[in-house]
Design a protein around this ligand. Structure first.
Ligand code: ADP
Ligand code: ADP
Ligand code: MG
Length: 453
C-alpha cells in the first residue's frame, strides 16, 4: 500500500499538529522527517519522527517560515512530500509552487486554489460570482474614509473593518458609528500592514447574533468533492475558537443542508483538492448564512469531524496528494453521535488569557472511552513564548451532546498540568454554564460570560 503513497514526508510544522501528522504517516508506513528551530530541540515532534533536521533560530521567520531552510532540509532528507500542517507556510501559494518546482509533493491544494482563497476580499468576490452567499459589505477594498462611510450608511451599523490578509482572529475591528469607523479604519490598516505585510482592508456588516458554522470538505485530483458535515465553532475569544463541537445541533435542518451544498459549491468553484474548510456565519435573527473565508489546509479542530464520521482526515490528505480518488460517495458519509474539542492553551485565565510560559512539573493526561488527547506536552517540557499558545487538544465522543458534555467534564477533571497556566478552568466554566448546555450562545457570548468585554 505504501508503495503508491510516499517514501518520506517532511512535516513543515511543530507542536501537536506535527505529531498528529507523524502518527498518520506511521500508520500508513511512510517515513517522517521533522524540522525544528533552536527553541524546539527538545520538542516531542522531534523525538517521534524517524529523523529530524535543524532549520534555524527560534523566531519563526528564520525557521518555520523560511522556505529555503525547509526545502534544504527536504533535499538533505530525500523527502518526496511536505505536509505543512496549519499556520506557518500552510496557506502560502509561493511555498506550494516552490515545492512543485523541486518535485516535492505539497500535501494540500494547488497553488492556484490557495491563491484564489488567500485574500478575503477576492475570495468573497469569487464566491459571490459562484452563487455562494457573502456578508453584505464593500464588495472590494476600501481606499478612503468617505467610501467606508457610504458603505456603512447603506448596510447599517455596526460594521466590521477586516484586513484582507488577516488570520487567526487578528486584523478585525468593529465600528458602531461613523466616528468609530473613521478612527478605526486608519488603525486597522496600519495594524494590518505591520502584522501581515498588507494594509488593505474592506468593510462588511457585523452580524450581532451569529454562529460560526464551518464545513469540512475533501476533494481529490479527479474532480470529486464531498463534505464531511459541519462544525459549530462559536465559542471564541478574540475572534479565535477555543471549544468546538460537531454537529451543530441547533441549526435548522434545511439550513444545514444548504450550508453543506454551498460549501461544496465553494470548493468546486476553485477546483479544490485535498482537505479544506469553508467557514460561514449563520445569522440567528434572519436565518441567513454567509461565506466568511475558506481555510485551505488542515484545521485545528479537525478531530471532532473525525470522531463523528470515522474518517481519518490527515490520512486522506496524504492519499489524495498521492493521486488516489476519494473512497466515499457523499451519501456514505454519515454523522454519528456528538464530539467536543477543548483547546488547551498555555494562557492565564486570571489575566485575560495572556500567554503563560514555564516548565511542566506535573502531567496527568485523562483517558477513558472515546477520549482523545492530541498534545505536545511531557513532564519537564519547557513552554516558551515564541509560538502559538496551543499545547494540546482534548477531544471526546459521546452518543449524544449531553453524553459528550459529561465525558468532557469528567476528562477535564482528571487533567493535571502544573508549571504553566492553562485554559482548562475556562472550559470547565463553559461546560457547566446553562447557556452552553442549552445551546444558547453566539460568537459574542464567551467574552461577555468571562467578563472580558
Ligand atoms: P482554525 O481556523 O484551524 O481553527 P486558527 O484560526 O486558530 O485555526 O489558526 C490556526 C493556526 O494558524 C494558528 O496558529 C494561527 O495563529 C495560524 N494562522 C491562521 N491564519 C493565519 C495567517 N493568515 N497568518 C499566519 N498565521 C495564521
Ligand atoms: P480569520 O481569518 O481571522 O479566522 P474570519 O473571517 O474567519 O477571520 O473571522 C473570524 C471570526 O470573527 C469569526 O469566527 C466570527 O466570530 C467573527 N466574524 C467574522 N466576520 C464576522 C461578521 N461579518 N459578523 C460577525 N462576526 C464576524
Ligand atoms: Mg476564520
Amino acid at each position: 500500500m505504501s508503495k503508491s503513497l510516499f517514501k518520506k514526508v517532511l512535516i513543515a510544522n511543530r507542536g501537536e499538529i506535527a505529531i498528529r501528522i507523524i502518527r498518520a504517516c506511521r500508520e500508513l508506513g511512510v517515513k517522517t522527517v521533522a524540522v525544528y528551530s533552536e527553541a524546539d530541540k527538545d520538542s516531542l515532534h522531534v523525538r517521534l519522527a524517524d529523523e529530524a533536521h535543524y532549520i534555524g533560530p527560534a523566531p519563526s521567520n528564520q525557521s518555520y517560515l523560511s522556505v529555503p531552510a525547509i526545502i534544504t532540509a527536504a533535499q538533505a532528507a530525500g523527502a518526496d512530500a511536505i505536509h505543512p500542517g496549519y499556520g506557518f507556510l500552510a496557506e502560502n501559494p509561493f511555498f506550494a509552487e516552490v515545492c512543485k518546482n523541486w518535485n516535492i509533493t505539497f500535501i494540500g491544494p494547488s497553488p492556484e486554489a490557495i491563491r484564489a482563497m488567500g485574500l478575503k476580499d477576492t475570495s468573497k468576490a469569487l464566491m459571490k460570482k459562484a452563487g455562494v452567499p457573502t456578508v453584505p459589505g464593500s464588495d472590494g477594498l476600501i481606499t478612503t474614509a468617505a467610501e467606508a462611510l457610504d458603505v456603512a450608511e447603506r448596510i447599517g451599523y455596526p460594521v466590521l473593518i477586516k484586513a484582507t490578509a488577516g488570520g487567526g482572529g487578528r486584523g478585525i475591528r468593529i465600528a458602531r458609528n461613523a466616528e468609530e469607523l473613521t478612527t478605526n479604519l486608519e488603525k486597522a490598516a496600519s495594524e494590518a500592514g505591520a502584522a501581515f505585510g498588507n494594509a488593505q482592508v474592506f468593510v462588511e456588516k457585523f452580524i450581532e447574533v451569529g454562529r460560526h458554522i464551518e464545513v469540512q470538505v475533501l476533494g481529490d485530483k479527479h474532480g470529486n468533492v464531498v463534505h464531511l458535515h459541519e462544525r459549530e465553532c462559536s465559542i471564541q475569544r478574540r475572534r479565535q475558537k477555543i471549544l468546538e463541537e460537531a454537529p451543530a445541533t441547533t441549526l435548522p435542518e434545511e439550513v444545514r443542508t444548504q450550508i453543506h451544498e454551498a460549501a461544496v459549491k465553494a470548493a468546486k468553484a476553485v477546483g479544490y483538492d485535498n482537505a479544506g474548510t469553508v467557514e460561514m456565519m449563520y445569522d440567528e435573527l434572519t436565518h441567513e448564512f454567509y461565506f466568511l473565508e475558506m481555510n485551505t489546509r488542515i484545521q485545528v479542530e479537525h478531530p471532532i469531524t473525525e470522531a463523528v464520521t470515522g474518517i481519518d482526515i490527515v490520512k486522506e490528505q496524504i492519499r489524495i496528494a498521492a493521486g488516489q480518488p476519494l473512497r466515499w460517495a457523499q451519501e456514505e458519509i454519515r454523522v454519528r453521535g456528538h464530539a467536543i474539542e477543548c483547546r488547551i492553551n498555555s494562557e492565564d485565565p486570571d489575566n485575560r488569557l495572556f500567554p503563560s510560559t514555564g516548565t511542566i512539573s506535573t502531567l496527568e493526561i485523562p483517558g477513558g472511552p472515546w477520549t482523545r488527547w492530541d498534545g505536545m506536552l511531557y513532564q519537564g517540557f519547557k513552554v516558551l513564548p515564541y509560538y502559538d499558545s496551543l499545547v494540546g487538544k482534548l477531544i471526546v465522543w459521546g452518543e449524544s451532546r449531553e453524553d459528550a458534555i459529561e465525558k468532557m467534564e469528567r476528562a477535564l477533571g482528571e487533567f493535571k498540568i502544573e508549571g504553566i497556566k492553562t485554559t482548562i478552568p475556562v472550559h470547565q466554566r463553559i461546560l457547566h454554564s446553562d447557556d452552553f448546555r442549552s445551546g444558547k450562545f453566539s460568537t459574542e457570548w464567551l467574552e461577555g460570560f468571562l467578563g472580558m468585554k
